[in-house]
Design a protein around this ligand. Sequence first.
Ligand SMILES: Nc1ncnc2c1ncn2[C@@H]1O[C@H](COP(=O)(O)OP(=O)(O)OP(=O)(O)O)[C@@H](O)[C@H]1O
Length: 369
Amino acid sequence: MPPVVVFREVTKTYPGNIRAVDGVSFELEEGEFLCLIGPSGCGKTTLLKMVNRLVEPSSGSVYVEGKEVMEWDPIELRRRIGYVIQQIGLFPHLNVEENITYVLSIMGVPYPVRREKARELLDIIGFEESYLRRFPRELSGGEKQRVGVARALASDPKIVLMDEPFGALDQISKEQLQNELLRLHRRLGKTILFVTHDLQEAIKLSTRIGIMKKGRVLQVGTVQELLFSPADPFVEEFLGAKGFFHTLHLLTASEVLEESVPVVREGRVGSPEENFLSRHPDGRGFVLVVDEKKRFLGAKNESGEVLRCATVTPFTPLEEVLRAMFVSGQTWAVVVDPEGGKLLGVVDFRSICSRLKAYCGRESEKMPS
Ligand SMILES: Nc1ncnc2c1ncn2[C@@H]1O[C@H](COP(=O)(O)OP(=O)(O)OP(=O)(O)O)[C@@H](O)[C@H]1O
């Protein structure tokens, strides 16, 4: 599939010879969630705004869905791209329903269709129907941002641009909205370009991260690629400034997930299947019990006794995984899908250690002999 957004040698110079963006090239594949991160003033917002042509490139090209942005009609282009900013700017005199469907009403979409769309979007952002009649002054900061997200999705855009959308929220609302956005991304498969200052946020949300400095995108990659093969000393410093144990915050359970684990169906406990596992243990010393939908129910040792164990999600940072293992008294933790609790596999203390060793190895190569 062709990339949805392409930056080719894009430069933006503002009056006063300010090079806000300097020769940037990279691509966004369909369904990607790419976070741009870097110090204040490095050009993140300028780069983002060149996608919906709120800023026009001084040289180079940006392509959206295969067409150069300068060839798009700007209004048509902006309708096809969702846009969420920090201070969402809802219309104060319009209620939630009217705010969400504002673009649709400009487009002449009939009221019953708009109404239906508003209800569908309300469900996506987890609001009850009574919210449709509320006015922005009757909403909390986090609720306003949610409405902003719904509004950005109203015209069913393929691409959504988000510029520090949760930057002004308290930590709890921020985490809640991040989780909702992750769910929404999985459910709707939009291509998202997201600007943030917050490395933890970028790690949690993105499929890839782009590190910017002084108008340049130094590297675009997964957190592992950035951590283990940094293309520039700044990337290394940006991710690893706090040293080796910092990796424990940066890597998540998904990166050391082992999918091949001994599993037995509920109701088949004590069955030949389970007996086989206890006669031929795989060395792990436990069996995981699941229901018919592969949802995790519990763990048992080879004598059939229930074991205390920790459950984490693929997005749990390794530091938390280790803490959970410690509390449970096991050297492994079970990884389940946060939606529905389906068993995904386990993470094991040894795999975490070898991941860290790989990092240490790279670090020690740089030590003077
Ligand atoms: N309209 C403008 N006119 C002149 N200079 C501008 C304009 N907009 C941005 N700049 C400058 O361009 C550079 C990049 O700004 P930009 O807002 O893209 O950075 P940023 O990385 O998003 O910053 P922050 O993280 O602080 O929001 C900065 O030096 C900024 O002062």
